[in-house]
Design a protein around this ligand. Structure first.
Ligand code: DON
Length: 582
């Protein structure tokens, strides 16, 4: 197996060299910028299809569907449901997300918006305290922060419209149901994160009983995680379709659990939930087409705006990871994130100037304001104030099949394990997504992202997101499938993977592994991962950048499509991610 893979990897590398999609020299990817732990990362080659996901059992579930003749959407749906079982900190049916699909079968690029909605009783003041100021415990730590989950509707819609027709929803749910019913062995990232998040889960007995050992301590590596109620809920969906989740006993239990915990979600909120098919945000970058997520995600708009700004600079002439190159990335990020704060929100509620923000001439104006040797202070871009905070978790997986279809999917409970509440009797772990609203004009969410009127809470409204599942095409065919968790850092992560592959021709594994940085306009600071050489950071400081370590976690599970097959890059930043090919 491994010698087969080695041979396939070599073939694929030769093929990508021919495509021009590999670093001019392999050292480009490694020259001092990759910390030792990430140094040995290699892309996994496959002949036909590939699933790269944050948890290996679920990646294999998807790859198995590809092997059995499913298309990328079939595989994504199976992986998405399986991760709701095996990766409970972000894989979910109690949260929401976004899927970008390149359907070669239908010659179409499309997105599925299954973002959570605010319950009908939501008011713009819902997250304010008695003093009229934002009370973050309401949106982050209480049941008021729970949005109506969208994942079941979203995955079912994707399958109905873009599946191959070879698999029913019931068939694709089978692996998830078996994993929940029979359990699986706790390992990798689950074992790493449960100890620190267990106290949050244990606030509710319904959660504690699932994630604890008999003595009440968190499950540890090697224990078995069985989720019988979750198996029953997934079985209800298998039997009745989304109605098994959004109506009847499961919906009633979900609403009861939320209201018992002090929230306001009703069975009617669940019954009226709709996933939405939306046209993607499109852009071009150096001859490639960028297909990404539209509002209510800010991801596609900010990504395209940033790439448009950068297109006017010859990045490839500047060394990857050099201060000169990083400075331009930072300046482009800053400007696009400032526009995010000012203009973006749920398109059902606000009219955002998307055409302007994604236009090349608008980018040219912004570019003209960039000095190549001095950081522009954020307050010169637009004035506002914020207090930042680091936050944590979401998950991204990328899928391609042998027929030219591609799926880029990011979904989340917002924080790791969401609000921590498992709705009793359902096994469904619920989100705290409504913290992504702006609690008051000028306030910021858990990721320090400032917002204004466009993103205030409202009934039925979807909070603005940063999730940026993205597909890069050349001549109508997928070249790169990428995306990431990481709250505000998602968009800058996707940007850097794209720049590393398209400008710097890095091998996809190195493009993903190499250290990243992040600027989001406010606070006016550059967050950096470990691994940047001190002289580079020194040069950035000399230009006026405020450098702050660490940068919160991201994980860009990506696929590069080459003429000899896909190359999968599982992000090495956390344990457990896997590229599973066939
Ligand atoms: O939708 C968003 O932008 C956030 N709720 C995503 C949260 C996230 O990525 C957390 N992961 N580190």
């Amino acid at each position: 197996m491994s010698s087969y893979l080695t041979r396939r990897t070599l073939l694929a590398v030769i093929a990508t060299l021919a495509l021009g999609l590999v670093p001019a020299t392999a050292q480009d990817a490694r020259r001092g910028y990759v910390p030792a732990a990430r140094d040995a990362v290699r892309a996994v080659a496959a002949e036909h299809g590939m699933v790269v996901a944050q948890e290996k059992i679920s990646a294999q579930v998807g790859a198995d569907i590809l092997r059995r003749g499913g298309n990328a959407v079939d595989a994504a749906v199976a992986t998405g449901f399986a991760m709701a079982v095996t990766y409970p900190r972000a894989g979910n049916i109690g949260g929401g997300g976004f899927m970008v699909i390149h359907s070669a079968d239908r010659n179409e690029d499309i997105t599925i918006d299954y973002r959570e909605t605010a319950p009908a009783a939501t008011t713009p003041q819902i997250f304010l305290g008695p003093d009229g100021k934002p009370d973050v415990t309401k949106s982050r730590d209480s049941a008021l922060g729970i949005g109506v989950p969208g994942t079941v509707a979203g995955l079912a819609l994707a399958l109905e419209k873009y599946g191959s027709g070879r698999f029913t929803l019931t068939q694709l749910l089978e692996p998830a149901i078996a994993l929940a019913r029979d359990g699986f062995v706790v390992s990798d990232d689950l074992a790493d994160t449960l100890p620190s998040w267990h106290r949050r889960l244990a606030r509710w007995p319904s959660s504690a009983k699932i994630f604890s050992r008999p003595d009440g301590t968190p499950l540890v590596q090697g224990d078995r995680l069985v989720q019988a109620d979750l198996a029953a809920t997934l079985s209800a969906v298998a039997a009745q379709g989304p109605r098994g989740f959004y109506e009847g006993p499961v919906a009633e239990q979900l609403a009861k659990a939320v209201t018992d915990a002090g929230g306001i979600m009703t069975p009617a909120d669940l019954k009226t939930y709709q996933a939405v098919i939306r046209a993607p945000v499109r852009g071009t970058y150096r001859g490639y087409d960028i297909v990404s997520m539209p509002l209510p995600s800010s991801g596609g708009v900010v990504l395209v705006e940033t790439l448009n700004i950068l297109e006017g600079f010859q990045l490839a002439d500047l060394k990857q990871g050099s201060a000169a190159s990083l400075h331009l990335l930072i300046e482009a990020m800053k400007r696009a994130y400032a526009d995010r704060a000012r203009y973006l929100g749920d398109p059902a509620f606000v009219k955002a100037p998307i055409e302007t923000l994604t236009a090349k001439d608008y980018a040219a104006k912004l570019r003209a304001g960039i000095s190549t040797d001095r950081a522009t202070p954020s307050k010169e871009l637009v004035s506002a104030a914020t207090t930042p905070r680091e936050g944590s978790n979401t998950t991204h997986f990328s899928v391609v099949d042998g027929r030219g279809n591609a799926v880029s999917n990011t979904y989340t409970l917002n924080f790791s394990y969401g609000v921590g509440l498992v709705a009793d009797g359902t096994g469904v772990l619920l989100n705290n997504e409504l913290d992504d609203f702006t609690a008051a004009v000028g306030a910021s969410n858990a990721y320090g992202l400032v917002g204004f009127e466009a993103n205030l809470p409202g009934p039925g409204k979807r909070p603005l997101s940063s999730m940026s599942p993205t597909i890069v095409l050349r001549d109508g065919k997928p070249v790169l499938v990428t995306g990431s968790p990481g709250g505000s850092r998602i968009i800058s992560t996707v940007l850097q993977v794209i720049v590393n592959v398209l400008d710097y021709r890095m091998d996809v594994a190195a493009a993903v592994a190499t250290p990243r940085l992040h600027h989001q306009w406010l606070p006016d600071e550059v967050r950096v991962e470990s691994g940047f050489p001190s002289d580079v950071l020194g040069e950035l400081k000399a230009m006026g950048h405020v450098i702050v370590e660490p940068m919160g976690q991201t994980s860009a599970n990506s696929i590069l499509v080459t003429s000899s097959g896909p190359l999968g890059a599982a992000d090495p930043r956390t344990r457990g991610a896997e590229a599973s090919g066939q």
